[in-house]
Structure formats: C-alpha cells, structure tokens
Design a protein around this ligand. Structure first.
Ligand SMILES: Cc1cc2nc3c(=O)[nH]c(=O)nc-3n(C[C@H](O)[C@H](O)[C@H](O)COP(=O)(O)O)c2cc1C
Length: 372
C-alpha cells in the first residue's frame, strides 16, 4: 500500500473503502457545492510571508475557554460516525483525547454520550478529556433541557448550539443516492426515548429558533454556550451581547446555505466585531498546516476539522483518526517553523501577505492598499 502523507491521501483511501452513498454523505454539501469548494480555496488565497533567523523554539498549545489543548486543531461535530467505522464516535473520542485535543460530539452521534465520554477518558489515560456537546436547540425545550443535563452529567465542558440550520440544506448527492436515513441497526443513540416501545426522535431543523431561545438555553445551564454557524459580524456582536461564551465561524462545511461566504473570508469581520471579548473559532476546508496558521493569523484561537476525521475513521478507526490529527499537527509544526517559529498562539496578520485580510472577492490588494 502506498503511504499516506496528507489529509488528501487519507480521503482517497477512505473513498476506496466506503460505500459510495456513505462517502457522498460525508463528502457532499448543499446545492452546487460552491461553498464547500470555496472553503478550501479561500485559505489558499492567503500567501504566507515567513520571517527568518528567529532562532527560537515552537509551541503549538492554545487555550480555549480556559482549557489547554496540545494543538490548535480540534474536531468539529459530525453526524453518524458508525457509517465510517463500527465503533463510531467511541473510536473518535479515544483518538482525539489521546491526541490531547477537543472533540465536539454531535447531537446526531451513533453512540451514547456516556459511552463516548468513557472512551474519551480512556484515551486521555483516565485524565480529563476535552469534550463539548453540540446540539440543535429543539422546539421541544424540555427535550433540549434533558439533553443538556445529560451533557453536564457526562462531563462535557461546554455546549455548542448550531444556529445555521433553520431548515435542512438540500444535498443533491444524497437525493441522487436515495440516502435519507441511517441503515438498519444504526440510530442516533442520544435521541432514543425509553419505551416500550422505544422511539428515536428526529432532529427538528427549526425556523422558529431565535435569540430568546438562545437566552433561555444559556440560562438553563452552568455550562458555557458557544454559537456555531456565525458568518455575519452583526450576529457575532449579538452573540457577545446575549452572553455566548464563544462563536464558531462556520458554514457547516457548505452543507446548509450554498453560496454562503467561505469561512476564511468571513473570519476577519467577525474577529473585528467580537474585539477580543470572547474566543472566535472557525471550521471549513482546513486541510493543511498552512490553513491552520492562516486562521490563527486572522484571529481565530483554534480551528475545527470535520471531514478529515471521518476519512481517518473510515480508514482505520481510532488509529486512523489519530493519524489524521498527527498529520495535521506535524504540518502545523513544520509550517510554524518555516514561518519563523514561536508560539502558535502569538501568530498575527504579519505572517500573511498582504498583512491586511484579503478582500472577499479574491483580488490581491495592490501595495498602496496594504496596511501594516
Ligand atoms: C458528514 C457531516 C456531518 C455533519 N454533522 C454536523 C452536526 O451534526 N452538527 C453540526 O453542528 N455540524 C455538522 N457538520 C458540520 C461540521 O461541524 C463542520 O462545520 C464542517 O464539517 C467543517 O468543514 P470541513 O468538513 O471542511 O472541515 C457536519 C459535517 C459533515 C461533513
């Protein structure tokens, strides 16, 4: 077998192993998939401008909501891990904790939150793994509250409310494939209501979700609440005003609004609007160490990856997830070294060319427009 040296290599291997319908479910996005493609290309429009002869060491650790992570790469919530590997989210959790970084467990997980948390503890060597729980706030607020209580009891350190999904994105690959539900034997384990007969709730994408519901969610828990799916600086400002503990700049990997701005292009305005009051995280199209360095230079505190982890899981379960995370870690470390070293947390726009954020239309600003 040929070696795997990048996330792209792992994806190629995963693709050859997965049922094509399941590969398409993971890889695909909404509509024409313009936003999915834009996420990746937006990073590469930001050339790096390295410093030389710094002579110092390197430090990849970052702090997110008071918690130290071994690197600035964390795992965004993705559904249905048992489609990739029989162990599902349990394998993911073990690998992510062993890598010393954060897993955001999806509400649509195919293992119970309690089993996932136990696996994370095992991966962390019975230490204290970094685990957050993602939820789509449901119209049935009692059900949402019950899930929040479970996340608290399982040891999750934060909640992530995904707010970019008032309706379900239209994913054409899934429609072509007739893929609309989990195959027999798999289910969203955290949506099972005890019977008899047991019933599995479906996740409501709720156009009625509003700031008042977010206020009630925040008031209902001792956990910090992070809003995921923020692209507009005005919403970032509102998130701060409403007491969100952080925001994740994200377009759901292009799976919701096709045509939405690439995450990398949305980041600078959100960072400016938040003005350091809460942490800004980002996901979407991060495949290389250089993308991670670019995101931190633009003001993100850490970067999430979605699909890359699913590819690793499909290739080799927990070992495959670990492989992907270590490929990214090595690439971040190498990129940081080649940019002049130092603490990844200290990166700023000086490492980008031009040092002003690139305009969203991809135009490279002429020298006269540069700001230092
Ligand atoms: C297969 C798949 C399932 C996803 N499921 C969820 C989910 O349950 N909740 C959520 O907030 N985001 C979900 N997302 C979006 C991811 O959290 C993340 O925003 C996105 O994957 C980042 O882009 P990347 O895949 O290019 O890294 C999903 C993404 C994929 C690819």
């Amino acid at each position: 077998m040929r070696g795997r040296f990048s996330v792209d290599d792992v994806e190629a291997e995963a693709r050859s192993r997965l049922d094509p319908c399941h590969y398409d479910f993971f890889a695909g996005a909404a509509g024409s998939e313009w936003t999915r493609r834009a996420n990746e290309s937006a990073w590469s429009r930001r050339p790096l401008r390295p410093r030389i002869l710094g002579g110092g060491g390197r430090d990849l650790t970052v702090r997110v909501l008071g918690r130290s992570l071994s690197m600035p790469v964390l795992v965004s919530p993705t559904a249905f891990h048992r489609l990739a590997h029989p162990e599902g989210e349990v394998a993911t959790a073990r690998a992510v904790a062993a890598a010393g970084t954060l897993l955001i467990v999806s509400m649509a997980a195919t293992r119970t939150l309690e089993d996932i948390a136990a696996a994370a503890r095992e991966g962390a060597g019975d230490g204290d793994p970094a685990l957050w729980f993602q939820l789509y706030p449901q119209p049935d607020e009692d059900f949402t509250t019950a899930l929040v209580r479970r996340a608290e009891a399982a040891g999750c350190a934060a909640l992530v409310a995904t707010v970019d999904s008032p309706v379900f994105g239209f994913r054409e690959r899934d429609h072509h494939n007739g893929f609309h539900d989990l195959p027999a034997g798999l289910r969203c384990e955290n949506l099972v209501e005890p019977g008899p007969p047991e019933r599995v709730r479906s996740i409501a994408m709720d156009p009625g979700l509003d700031w008042a519901r977010i206020d009630r969610l925040i008031a209902s828990t001792r956990l910090p609440v992070v809003l995921k799916g923020v692209l507009h600086p005005e919403d970032a400002r509102l998130a701060v005003d409403h007491g969100a503990a952080g925001v994740i700049v994200s377009n759901h990997g292009g799976r919701q609004l096709d045509g939405a701005v690439a995450s990398a292009d949305a980041l600078p305005d959100v960072v400016a609007a938040v003005a350091g009051r809460i942490p800004v995280l980002i996901d979407g199209g991060v495949r290389r160490g250089a993308d991670v360095v670019r995101a931190l230079a633009l003001g993100a505190v850490a970067v999430g990856v979605g699909r890359p982890v699913l590819w690793g899981l499909a290739v080799d379960g927990a070992a495959g997830v670990r492989e992907v995370l270590e490929l990214l870690r090595d690439d971040v470390d190498r990129t940081l070294a080649l940019c002049g070293g130092g603490r990844v947390a200290d990166l700023d726009a000086g490492v980008l060319f031009p040092s002003a954020p690139a305009p969203a239309d991809g135009r490279v600003a002429p020298v006269s427009e540069k700001v230092s």
